[in-house]
Design a protein around this ligand. Sequence first.
Ligand SMILES: [Cu+2]
Length: 120
Amino acid sequence: MRSLLGFGGIAILAGLACSSNEPGSAGGYGCSSTEPNAVVKTIDPPNAHYSPDTTNISLTQKVCWENDGAVLHSVHFDLPDTTDVNLSPMSIYSRGFGVAGDYPFHCDYHSTMKGVIRVR
Ligand SMILES: [Cu+2]
């Protein structure tokens, strides 16, 4: 049975005040930790990186990137999925995958920022 999420499960919540129904976030945004989410945080320079840089999820899980820093980052996937999303300060980006595989990604603004989502 295939996941219903597929590639349609993409949601961008960038800087939209009062639009989040995610609990437990004082600022009105943030990745929910009560759903079956895996959370990846962007870490600002001088030691810019994703934390964690490798994330393992199942076909039914989502990954939520969270920028609670002060500078712009992006989540730019490498081939075969070239989705490219800017992640402004105080914003999140959440998506599912639905197809098993490795999904490497990087930040367009900081060359040290690389990560991979491993979907099994
Ligand atoms: Cu960055």
